[in-house]
Design a binder for this molecule. Structure first.
Ligand SMILES: Nc1ncnc2c1ncn2[C@@H]1O[C@H](COP(=O)(O)OP(=O)(O)OP(=O)(O)O)[C@@H](O)[C@H]1O
Ligand SMILES: [Mg+2]
Length: 476
């Protein structure tokens, strides 16, 4: 068993000097056993170079280290062997004895990135400062769960990842942004290095915001909303509210109407009692006052349909709590309705508990959650890929989390939450999960298919401007 109290941790990174006494052996070329001296610089999660007596060079990764008499014993995985062409061969490793162990240098780690196609530089390895940490862009064809307590740096790190995807892929991204954190995604920082900054400047980034101010607006085409969404918006049950529900079913005039007042008057004047009841409902709910209707402007669904490189949906700043829910639902329903077109899109939902909490049961919340569960379960093969960020795993419906093949974990102090994550994400090594309470802001564990091997990472600086930076306490 791992003794995490006495095993070294990445938070206490020493200089990567090599202890001559550290050796490794492997009976199958897949796992290795370690014997380390007391002054060993090795850490769980660290990449190591293993040089066997016959001259072969292996890349390995330390899994667990346990204090033992006068040093540490441990285990790890072998990620590949350097072949005659100087490339890393992930399958060619075979058994070895008494290999010397040292921390892997940047060149060896780079061979791993090349072998796996990892090109998105999200930061540097925590245990090997200066060695880039890269993710695999082609593995965003799976769902991703991003978790960490408030202030751990999730939104900032998400921004870093989105920049990398924009700079290095053609994958269209839709960002559900509850706090206007991504509204400046199109603004490259003045001090950003050229290269990726130039790539970002040339991307089509659309920012849709509520209200009537300058810029593009976040709008819904009511006419195009499926009936269940209209019903959820009007809190209508198909059986309990049969007559009104049926009126909505046939209410083409409502959709065509650009003057909400005139519509209401017509419903009120109708001899049909169901129309009159519907008029009362619409007025009581105040839905015609909502500032979400597209009228002559493009709806969010129409903008996304053209697949800009990124579309930021600024869901904060609406006046009525149901407006962001209807807007988000309209987008997700529309993407689902067109799923057979199989046009890939990454759906980044920050503060995802706002849209798919297991505990919110109003009609709009229920419809949203059901839609996200459906995308989580079946969207993958249609190119609808989710990236959900939240503070605790229990804040997201379990039917959604269980579909996530990629995990990013930032600082998380709660043992109960960590235990839940360990149960949900069996592919995340326990010794690395256990380090999360000691993470500093901007430090993360990446595990799953989108990273060549589970990695502890210090997230790099943003290239574009942040939106909703934390408010500072005024000091004297
Ligand atoms: N890697 C980083 N480098 C520099 N600043 C950072 C980094 N990560 C976070 N910050 C800053 O710390 C503050 C909090 O970070 P962030 O908003 O990303 O946290 P969060 O995990 O999303 O929190 P919440 O759950 O409350 O939304 C922000 O002002 C952000 O600018
Ligand atoms: Mg955040």
């Amino acid at each position: 068993m791992t003794d995490t109290n006495t095993a070294p941790t990445a938070a206490a990174t020493p200089d990567a000097a090599v202890a001559a006494s550290d050796t490794a052996s492997s009976v199958d070329g897949r796992e290795f056993r370690l014997q380390c001296g007391q002054d060993s610089p090795l850490l769980p999660g660290q990449y190591v170079e293993l040089d066997d007596p016959s001259g072969r060079v292996f890349l390995g990764q330390v899994d667990v280290l346990t204090a033992s008499d006068g040093g540490f014993t441990g285990t790890g995985w072998i990620l590949g062997v350097v072949d005659a062409g100087g490339r890393l061969d992930p399958r060619g490793a075979t058994a070895f004895t008494r290999a010397s162990v040292s921390t892997a240098g940047p060149d060896l780690v780079e061979l791993l990135h090349e072998a796996s196609g990892a090109t998105l530089t999200v930061g540097a390895l925590l245990a090997s400062p200066g060695v880039p940490a890269r993710l695999l862009p082609h593995r965003f064809n799976r769902h991703t769960f991003w978790c960490g307590q408030s202030g751990s740096g999730k939104t900032y790190a998400l921004g870093v990842l989105i920049e990398q995807l924009l700079a290095h892929t053609e994958l269209p991204i839709v960002i559900f942004d509850p706090n206007a954190d991504f509204v400046r995604l199109g603004e490259v920082r003045a001090d950003a290095a050229p290269g990726e900054a130039d790539a970002l400047r040339n991307r089509d980034i659309r920012v849709l915001r509520p209200g009537s101010g300058p810029g593009e607006h976040l709008r819904v085409r009511f006419r195009s909303l499926p009936l269940p969404v209209k019903a959820a918006m009007l809190r209508l049950d198909p059986l309990r509210d049969r007559a009104e529900y049926n009126s909505v079913l046939h209410l083409n005039a409502f959709e065509a109407e650009n003057d909400p007042g005139a519509l209401l008057a017509r419903l009120r004047e109708s001899p049909d009692p169901a129309h009159q009841a519907l008029a009362l409902r619409i007025e009581n709910l105040g839905v015609l006052d909502w500032n979400i209707y597209a009228f002559d402007e493009p709806a969010a669904t129409e903008i996304i349909d053209a697949r800009p490189h990124a579309t930021v949906l600024d869901l904060g700043g609406f006046e009525h709590a149901d407006e962001p829910l209807v807007t988000a639902l309209s987008v997700l329903e529309n993407l689902w309705a067109h799923r057979e077109e199989r046009r890939p899109v990454l759906l980044v939902i920050d503060e995802a508990h706002n849209l798919c909490s297991p505990d919110q049961n109003g009609p709009l919340h229920t419809a949203l959650r059901e839609q996200i569960i459906q995308i989580a379960a079946e969207g993958r093969k249609f190119g609808l890929w989710l990236l959900l960020s939240t503070q605790r795993p229990s804040k997201i419906h379990p039917g959604i989390i269980s579909q996530c093949d990629n995990l990013a974990l930032m600082k998380m102090s709660s043992p109960a939450d960590l235990a839940e994550l360990a149960a949900l994400f069996g592919y995340a090594p326990a010794a690395l999960l256990a380090q999360s309470p000691r993470f500093r802001q901007g430090e993360a564990l990446f595990a799953g298919g989108f990273v060549p091997a589970p990695s502890l990472v210090r997230v790099r600086d943003r290239i574009t401007e942040e939106g909703g930076i934390d408010v500072k306490v005024p000091l004297r």
